[in-house]
Write a protein that binds this ligand. Structure first.
Ligand code: PLP
Length: 359
């Protein structure tokens, strides 16, 4: 068996040791004589795994008891609707920052439920920048401000949290667990699991308990955070196997030294890759220096006619899923937690070799 280097934007690489544990435990979990997938979600085993997962996540992110941690389904995209349904309350509108493709989708979905004030947008720069907070047109009467701390497609990341007087909501799908964050600066954090947490099918919501309880009457029970919090995320059958895998990933991150260690590793990986891009006359990354993502690194080749050759040769070299998103073009290397420094080194060596042969 040869595992290749996987730079997929999502579903993304998982730690090999996690997959090995899952494989060993697949048929018979801890001597119970059955698989995790075959257990009732009401069993002490699954309830215990969900508690273990929640506690580990609380330790990793220093989440206080002021917050509920929910294990849901539907992906981050379902939360695009859940956010206005839970938070608009009696208010008419919400503020959104538009910093990329995922912001745009969140905005389009919120417009089904209320008015959206786009307080700032970087669309004019093809989403290569983050507008300075002084330039935002915030509405002091907004129900909340929504932003996307890491735009997975454009490769643009906030290294600061907006300072606002209204509840702050963040789609952290592609940045959560890549480095320490101050949860207390936010009221709602949500993330699809398939980037840095585990397999697709699990969605995590971290919500300040004080903003619960204002969901609109039309809010489906399945999207109602209060309902989910009251039922320990087991209002219906939760994604039990995905929660189990997430608990293994959380334990793996703790073994690596937690989020401080992840940040050091991720900064080293991203630093090397951006340096290789910037030092070449052949590759380019369009994002302003201060906002370059640690997790998603888009880059273009000097001659787009070479894109298909680059993709074919990189795949043959065991470097998978480097094709960029169609809205940006070129390539994208997603270097989440489970993508090791050896993978980044191999990518850089391949890029340098490719440039010598084709540049
Ligand atoms: C991947 C991603 C999404 C979409 O997640 P789904 O779980 O597929 O709905 C939304 N926002 C961001 C920032 C993402 O990276």
């Amino acid at each position: 068996m040869t595992r290749k280097y996987n730079f997929c934007a999502g579903p993304a690489a998982l730690p090999e040791s996690v997959l090995e544990t899952a494989a060993q435990e697949m048929l018979d979990w801890h001597g119970r004589g059955l698989s995790i997938m075959e257990m009732s979600h009401r069993s002490t085993e699954i309830v215990g795994i969900a508690e273990t997962a929640e506690n580990a996540l609380r330790r990793l992110l220093s989440i206080s008891d002021d917050y509920a941690v929910l294990f849901l389904q539907g992906g981050a995209s379902t939360q695009f609707a859940a956010v206005p349904l839970n938070l608009l309350g009696g208010k008419h509108s919400a503020d959104y920052l538009n910093t990329g493709q995922w912001s745009k989708k969140a905005i389009a979905e919120a417009r089904r439920f209320g008015q959206v004030n786009v307080a700032a947008s970087s669309e004019q720069t093809n989403f290569s920048t983050i507008p300075a907070q002084q330039s935002w047109a915030l509405d002091s009467n907004a129900a909340y401000l929504h932003y996307t701390p890491n735009e997975t497609i454009g490769g643009v990341e906030f290294f600061w949290a907006p300072q606002v007087d209204v509840p702050l909501v963040a789609d952290m799908s592609s940045t959560i667990l890549s480095r320490p964050i101050d949860v207390s600066q936010h009221d709602v954090i949500y993330a699809g699991a398939q980037k840095n947490i585990g397999p697709a099918g699990l969605t995590i919501v971290i919500v300040r308990r004080s903003v619960l309880g204002q969901a609109s009457d039309a809010c489906p029970a399945m999207l109602n955070w209060q309902v989910m919090a009251d039922n320990d995320s087991m209002y219906n059958t939760p994604p039990t196997y995905a929660i189990y895998l997430a608990s293994l990933v959380f334990a793996w991150i703790e073994e690596q030294g937690g989020l401080t260690a992840m940040e050091a590793l991720n900064r080293r990986k991203a630093g090397k890759l951006y340096a290789a891009i910037d030092d070449s006359g052949f590759y380019a990354n369009p994002v302003e220096l201060a906002s370059r993502s640690l997790m998603n690194v888009p880059f273009t080749l000097a001659d787009a006619a070479l894109d298909n050759t680059f993709l074919a040769e990189s795949e043959a070299a065991g470097l998978l899923n480097l094709k960029g998103h169609r809205s940006v073009g070129g390539m994208r290397a997603s270097i989440y937690n489970a993508v090791g420094e050896d993978a980044v080194d191999a990518l850089i060596a391949f890029m340098q070799d490719f440039e010598q042969r084709h540049g």
